[in-house]
Design a protein around this ligand. Structure first.
Ligand SMILES: [Zn+2]
Length: 227
């Protein structure tokens, strides 16, 4: 398991504290969190162990024991509103027959991690977790709290994830005005050719207001019917 004391090279060749986001993506992909059925516990516990090791305050909140949600907070100096980083650890089913690399392998081939889950959205989660671990290890004090929220059950309605959190634990999102959530790398067609983006456009959701709007954003997220 990677720890906060591990180092990897950043894109400019510098030693950087915290787990390598690529390696962390591979680790997370290998947890089969296909929904349905459901099994998010081991994946959440793996991320929690990384946060615990770094001393980042975090807690698991669950409506039912096998559907855990993880909330971590890196305290800011209070000069800005908290920033929400939100992601889901469950994934849609994959048919191995149509894949060039086995699902759940986390194989790195031709410079890409091959897995449906790396895009939706364990690669994004790995970036969020790595950023928090690096910020903590470098002693960064952000202007506002950074609130990392990783949920279960996004792919089948969100009742055990986003909806449960905003309805039963609204205090966790008090004062949040901005959020960064799920990314997409979706193909598009031009004539007879299909194109794939080489980098994920970042879906940034600027939220005006505070709790009520953060709640609405989380509920909208929970109500999505497509991954
Ligand atoms: Zn998704």
């Amino acid at each position: 398991m990677s720890t906060s004391s591990d180092f990897h090279k950043d894109t400019e060749g510098r030693d950087t504290a915290g787990p390598d986001p690529v390696a962390l993506t591979q680790q997370l992909v290998r947890f089969d969190t296909t929904n349905p059925p459901v099994n998010e516990t081991q994946c959440i516990q793996h991320i929690k162990a990384l946060l615990d090791d770094s001393g980042i305050q975090n807690q698991v909140l669950a409506n039912t024991p096998n559907r855990p949600n993880l909330i971590a907070r890196l305290p800011g100096d209070g000069s800005a509103s908290p920033l929400l980083l939100q992601g889901h650890v469950d994934v849609v089913p994959s048919d191995p027959a149509i894949w060039q690399q086995p699902p759940f392998s986390g194989n790195l081939a031709d410079g890409y991690i091959w897995d449906r889950r790396s895009l939706d959205m364990k690669g994004g989660i790995a970036m969020m977790v790595s950023a928090m671990l690096r910020a903590e290890s470098e002693g960064m004090i952000p202007a506002g709290d950074i609130v990392l929220t990783l949920v279960s059950d996004e792919e089948s309605g969100g009742n055990q994830g986003a909806r449960y959190l905003v309805e039963q634990h609204p205090e966790q999102f008090q004062g949040i005005k901005h959020a960064i959530g799920e990314f997409g790398g979706f193909s598009f067609n031009m004539g007879s050719r299909r194109f794939y983006p080489s980098w994920w456009p970042r879906n940034r959701c600027d939220i005006s207001g505070s709790l009520s709007v953060a709640r609405a954003a989380m509920l909208h997220w929970a109500n999505k019917t497509t991954p």
